[in-house]
Design a protein around this ligand. Structure first.
Ligand SMILES: *[C@@H]1O[C@H](CO)[C@@H](O)[C@H](O)[C@H]1NC(C)=O
Ligand SMILES: *[C@@H]1O[C@H](CO)[C@@H](O)[C@H](O)[C@H]1NC(C)=O
Ligand SMILES: *[C@@H]1O[C@H](CO)[C@@H](O)[C@H](O)[C@H]1NC(C)=O
Ligand SMILES: *[C@@H]1O[C@H](CO)[C@@H](O)[C@H](O)[C@H]1NC(C)=O
Ligand SMILES: *[C@@H]1O[C@H](CO)[C@@H](O)[C@H](O)[C@H]1NC(C)=O
Ligand SMILES: *[C@@H]1O[C@H](CO)[C@@H](O)[C@H](O)[C@H]1NC(C)=O
Length: 501
C-alpha cells in the first residue's frame, strides 16, 4: 500500500494568501520545496541548518517575555551571518508562545530561512516529564503546545514542529514508559493543526544519540498503528542528534555513518540530523558534511543542523556572542561555510521521489533492536479537556503573521570576522521571491472556492497584481476561467480542488 497524496492536498488547498517562502511538504522519505511556478514540479529540499539558541536553553525565561525571536536587531545580525554560512534552516529549542515574533519571522522568511521549532521548553509544565509522562500529559501542558502552534502556524517558513527532544533515552526506565506518550502528543498536535491551521505543518521527534535506542525509536515512530494511514500519532519526520563523527579523526567506516546508512536506508519518512558536530577536536573542520551527510548519506538523509550557533559553556559555537551584542566569527564558522559551499547536492525532482510504503507497527521489530523499549502501541486516551481544546481552539490572541513593511537592513550590532575586523557591509539580503507569494502560472477552469475577506485583503497588501486575482477568486461560487500571473496559488488550489472533486 502507498501513502496517497492526501497528505499534500490539504497542504496546498489551504495555502494562505500571505504566504511568502513556499511551505515545505513531505513526500515519502523527502522534504519537497514546491516550485514558485505551480505548473512546474518541486525539488527535494536538503536541510543545511544550525541550532539557534543565543544564551543557551537555560537562558530562556518565560517571565521576561523575551526569547530568541523577539529582538529584531539580533535577528538582522544573525540573518546576515546565516546567509554568509549558506544555511537554509534553523532549529530553536525554547520559545515563548505569548511573545510577538512577527518581525524576526519576517526577517528570516525574507532572507530565505526556514525554521523547525521545538514546541516545548524546560520550564515546569512545558514538556512531558520523561520520569512521569502520565501525570505530565495533561491539558495544562497541551494548552501551551496549542498556543505555540497558534503563535507560529501562519508563518510559511515554519518547516515543522518537534513534539519532543530526547524524551526517550537510556537512563532509568524512560525508554520503557515514555514512547506512547510521544505518540499521544503528536496525535493531539496533528489533530489541532488539521482543525486550526491553513496548511499541514509536519510534526516529528528529535532522538538522543544512542545507537540502538535511536533505531528502535525510529521504528516505533515511523509506523502506522494497525496499518491505518490516518494514524495521526505517527511522526512525519525523524531527527537524530548525532555526535559520532569528530572532525579530523573520523571517517565513513569508523564513525558509524556507514551503519546509519545501512540500517536506516529503508526509511519511509525524512531523516536528518537535528544536532551534529562532535567537538572533541577544535576548531571543528566539519568534514562530516562533505564526506558524510552530503556524501555517503545523501540517499538516506536529508541534511542536518549543526549544534550550535553561539558559543556557550559546552563549546559548540561557531560565533562568540559578546557582551555588547556584537558577534565574532570563530574559525569554525569559516570551516563550516566552506563545507556547505563545497558540498554538491543532487537535484532530485519531486516526480522522482517515491511515495512511501505504509509500514504497519510491529512491537517485535522494535524490541528486537532494543529489548527494554516500551513498544506499546496502545496510545493513552485523549482526556476530554484536551479534546475540547482541539475542538474549540485554545484561548490566545497571539497568532503570528508575516509583516509586509520590514526592510532589508544592517543590524546595529556589529559583526567581526575571525581576525576581529569589523564586517562593514553586513546587510542582510532579502530575495524578492521570498517576500511575496510568487507561485504562478497555471490556467484552470474550475469551481471557485469562496475566500475569506481577510485573505483577499492580505493578498492586496502583499502585491498589487494579486488584488485582481484575489477579488476574482473571492467573487463567489460558479465556474470561472482565470489566468493568474503572480497569484497562481489560487489557481493551483482550484486545480487541486477540481481534481479532488
Ligand atoms: C486561515 O484560516 C482561518 C480559519 O481557520 C481564516 O479565518 C483565516 O482568514 C485564514 N488565514 C489566512 C491568512 O488565510
Ligand atoms: C530493507 O528492505 C529490503 C527489501 O524489503 C530488505 O531486504 C532489507 O532487509 C531491509 N533493510 C533493513 C535494514 O531493514
Ligand atoms: C547508502 O545507502 C544508500 C541506500 O541504500 C546507497 O544507495 C548508498 O550507496 C549508500 N552509501 C554508501 C557510501 O555506501
Ligand atoms: C572549498 O574548499 C577548499 C579547501 O578544500 C577551500 O580552499 C575553498 O575556499 C572552498 N571553496 C568555497 C567556495 O568555499
Ligand atoms: C500501554 O499503554 C496504555 C495506555 O497508556 C496502558 O493502559 C497499558 O497499560 C500499557 N501497556 C503496557 C503493557 O504497559
Ligand atoms: C540597537 O537598537 C535597539 C532598538 O532598535 C536598541 O534597543 C539597542 O540598544 C541597540 N543596540 C546597539 C548596540 O546600539
Amino acid at each position: 500500500m502507498k501513502i496517497i497524496a492526501s497528505f499534500l492536498i490539504p497542504a496546498l488547498m489551504l495555502f494562505s494568501s500571505t504566504d511568502a517562502l513556499i511551505p515545505i511538504t513531505v513526500k515519502g522519505k523527502r522534504f519537497i520545496k514546491p516550485n514558485s511556478d505551480a505548473s512546474t514540479q518541486g525539488e527535494v529540499f536538503f536541510i543545511k541548518g544550525i541550532d539557534y539558541q543565543p544564551g543557551g536553553s537555560s537562558g530562556y525565561d518565560s517571565s521576561s517575555g523575551e526569547d530568541a525571536l523577539s529582538d529584531p536587531d539580533t535577528c538582522y545580525r544573525d540573518a546576515y551571518a546565516f546567509q554568509q554560512l549558506g544555511i537554509n534552516t534553523l532549529r530553536i529549542y525554547s520559545l515563548n508562545p505569548d511573545s510577538n515574533h512577527d518581525e524576526c519571522m519576517t526577517i528570516f522568511n525574507n532572507a530565505g530561512i526556514y525554521l523547525i521549532l521545538d514546541v516545548n521548553s524546560g520550564e515546569q509544565g512545558a514538556s512531558l516529564n520523561r520520569a512521569d509522562p502520565a501525570s505530565s500529559y495533561n491539558s495544562g501542558y497541551l494548552s501551551r503546545v496549542f498556543k505555540f502552534i497558534e503563535a507560529f502556524k501562519n508563518y510559511p517558513n515554519v518547516l515543522g514542529f518537534f513534539s519532543g527532544n530526547e524524551v526517550i533515552n537510556d537512563e532509568s526506565n524512560y525508554a520503557e514508559i515514555s514512547p506512547n506518550y510521544i505518540r499521544a502528543v503528536q496525535r493531539d498536535m496533528k489533530q489541532y493543526i488539521a482543525k486550526h491551521s491553513n496548511r499541514t505543518i509536519p510534526v516529528g521527534y528529535s532522538a538522543a544519540d544512542s545507537v540502538t535506542l535511536r533505531r528502535a525509536t525510529f521504528e516505533y515512530l515511523q509506523c502506522f498503528i494497525d496499518g491505518d494511514e490516518d494514524d495521526s500519532s505517527r511522526s512525519d519526520f525523524f531527527g537524530l542528534n548525532s555526535y559520532e563523527w569528530c572532525s579530523g579523526t573520523s571517517n565513513w567506516a569508523n564513525s558509524g555513518f556507514e551503519n546509519l546508512n545501512s540500517t536506516l536506508s529503508n526509511t519511509t519518512l525524512p531523516l536528518f540530523f537535528s544536532e551534529f558536530g562532535c567537538n572533541k577536536n577544535l576548531p571543528r573542520t566539519f568534514d562530516e558534511v562533505s564526506d558524510g551527510l552530503f556524501g555517503g548519506l545523501v540517499n538516506t538523509f536529508s541534511g542536518g543542523l549543526v549544534y550550535e550557533y553561539t558559543e556557550e559553556p559546552s563549546h559548540y559555537g561557531v560565533v562568540d556572542l559578546n557582551d555588547d551584542g556584537s558577534i565574532t566569527y570563530k574559525e569554525d564558522f569559516d570551516n563550516l561555510k566552506n563545507e556547505f559551499a563545497n558540498s554538491s547536492l543532487p537535484t532530485i525532482l519531486e516526480d522522482d521521489v517515491e511515495e512511501a510504503d505504509i509500514v504497519t507497527c510491529n512491537a517485535d521489530i522494535v524490541t528486537d533492536i532494543y529489548p527494554s523499549f516500551g513498544a506499546n502501541f496502545t496510545i493513552p486516551e485523549q482526556p476530554k479537556e484536551i479534546a475540547d481544546l482541539i475542538e474549540n481552539g485554545v484561548d490566545t490572541d497571539n497568532v503570528g503573521k508575516l509583516l509586509d513593511d520590514v526592510e532589508a537592513k544592517k543590524s546595529n550590532y556589529t559583526i567581526y570576522d575571525h581576525s576581529s575586523n569589523e564586517v562593514e557591509s553586513a546587510t542582510v539580503r532579502f530575495e524578492a521571491s521570498n517576500e511575496i507569494n510568487t507561485q504562478s502560472g497555471v490556467v484552470v477552469s474550475s469551481k471557485a472556492e469562496p475566500s475569506s475577506s481577510s485573505s483577499v485583503q492580505a493578498a492586496a497588501s502583499t502585491s498589487e497584481e494579486s488584488s485582481t486575482a484575489g477579488s476574482s477568486s473571492s467573487s463567489g461560487d460558479g465556474v470561472m476561467n482565470i489566468y493568474v500571473p503572480t497569484y497562481g496559488i489560487w489557481s493551483l488550489i482550484m486545480l487541486v480542488v477540481s481534481y479532488a472533486i
